[in-house]
Design a protein around this ligand. Structure first.
Ligand code: 4AD
Ligand code: MG
Length: 433
């Protein structure tokens, strides 16, 4: 079977004329029959088209199969393109050949199912319209991010995911037995990227990161795709410039390339075309004041929770940075400001209350201070000796950041829950299928 023999659903709408003959294969999305006619919506990866199968137009056994085949049966169809105002998209295919590849059993997912049932059947629910659109946009999102790094002199690298370092704190780390030693699933590739800047200067990577998050929120997964970058000779301001350019490029490209998918999901592509540098930069202490003024209480020294993030971005059309957090609520590796209280860091928050998209900072070069902080956290210092070596042999000012792909996608597609941003979401209550 030659690939080129077959048409896609998209062909029917974009490349074929009324009266043309087409050959399609796909799955039954909906089916109904009335009198001697069966109407089937055929779904393939490119779209959905109506197939009309009329008794007498094709061999009797084929017509009976069309009547019998249930939703999600796989089928092959040949026929003629016709205009029909009542059909979705205004065109349909009048079949004269209809073959069932696999008669599906009654599909376990029907209308209005509970979220838990849809997650139990995730392997089948991936065929739903919404998840299909989201997965298509995710592919374009990853493509656009990669393009930006390519165009801006960054090397893509492949750090390990099995590690002995818990850079983001021991509380949310998954540990396991590694041939008699304790190892972790990586929370971040940052420390490995830091090692790579001494040869490559500007690096990035895309890896799964793991967080044993006990919190059940619409923003947290236990496994997520983490895009991280690290840059030699760049300070915290330069780091923010890189982030706002990367996010703007990506949003603009998605708006251009996924217009119909975005629109169908309820996101106006124009929202994403407006994302342009610079993004607002607000110091932590000012951010605390703004949030309080908007009626959400928080004290200096508190971390931002969902209500604070939402209050902070009220009325904003673009993401905003919050900078210079108190050292106590940030990681051991962040460079301190001269005030001795705050650190050179930035968190980027999405508009509309979608929360933190990126965490970044300039990196400390003070081995003793880092050791002090790690000891306070109860970390095993000897696992970090290799990291301190990076400061001993030709250390340079450098900065980097980490972006949660599913967080970014959730905002871009205007969806309410992060679990739909990944095919098989992992949360505290979900590891099957
Ligand atoms: O802010 P985080 O913890 O920063 C780091 O891991 C740094 N070491 C990154 C770096 O500088 N290289 O995580 C970065 C981003 C967050 O801003 C958020 O978008 C995402 O990762 N993230 C999560 N996404 C989904 N589920 C979770 N549980 C997440 N935790 C963090
Ligand atoms: Mg963070």
């Amino acid at each position: 079977m030659m690939v080129s023999e077959w048409n896609s659903v998209k062909d029917v709408f974009e490349n074929k004329k009324v009266g043309d003959r087409v050959k399609l294969r796909g799955w039954i999305y909906r089916t109904r029959s009335s009198g001697g006619i069966v109407f089937i919506l055929l779904r393939d990866s490119s779209g959905i088209v109506q197939i009309t199968i009329k008794k007498g137009d094709l061999p009797e056994d084929q017509f009976r199969d069309a009547e019998k085949a249930l939703v999600e049966s796989s089928i092959m169809v040949e026929g003629i393109v016709r205009e029909d105002k009542r059909a979705p998209g205004g065109f349909e295919v009048k079949a004269d050949k209809f073959n069932v590849v696999n008669f599906a059993e009654p599909f376990p997912i029907t209308k209005d199912q509970s979220i838990e049932l849809l997650l139990d059947y995730r392997h089948l629910w991936l065929r739903s319209r919404r998840l299909t659109l989201i997965m298509k946009i995710k592919a374009e999102l990853l493509k656009a991010l990669r393009e930006w790094f390519d165009m801006n002199g960054f090397y893509e690298t492949t750090p390990s995911v099995i590690t002995t370092n818990a850079a983001e704190g021991g509380a949310t780390v998954f540990s396991f037995d590694y041939f008699g030693r304790k190892a972790f699933l990586s929370q971040t590739a940052q420390m490995y990227l830091e090692a790579l800047i001494y040869s490559l200067e500007r690096v990035w990577c895309l890896t799964p990161s793991f967080r044993a998050e006990k919190s059940r929120t619409p923003r947290h997964l236990t496994e997520y795709w983490h895009l991280e970058a690290e840059e030699a000779w760049v300070d915290n301001n330069g780091n923010m410039e890189i982030q706002e350019k990367l996010i703007s490029y990506t949003c603009n490209k998605i708006a251009e390339r996924c217009e119909s998918e975005l629109t169908e999901l309820g996101r106006n592509p124009d929202d994403l075309k407006k994302i342009k540098p610079p993004f607002k930069r607000i110091k932590y202490e000012d951010a605390v004041e703004i949030v309080n003024q908007r009626g959400v209480k928080m004290n200096y020294g508190d971390d931002f929770g969902a209500p604070h993030e939402k209050a902070l971005v009220e009325g904003e059309e673009k993401p905003v940075f919050v900078t210079d957090f108190p050292a106590e609520i940030k990681a051991f590796y962040m460079k301190e400001n001269s005030d001795g209280k705050t650190v050179k860091c930035s968190d980027m928050y999405a508009p509309e209350g979608y929360g933190e998209l990126i965490g970044g900072s300039e990196r400390s070069e003070d081995i003793e201070r880092m050791k002090e902080k790690l000891l306070k956290e109860g970390a095993d210092i000897k696992n970090y000796e290799w990291y301190f070596d990076l400061r001993r042999y030709g250390s340079v000012p450098h900065s980097g950041f980490g972006l949660g792909i599913e967080r970014l996608l959730c905002w871009i597609t205007k969806q309410d829950h992060i679990r739909n941003m990944t095919p098989f979401p992992r949360t505290i209550t979900r590891v099957y299928p």
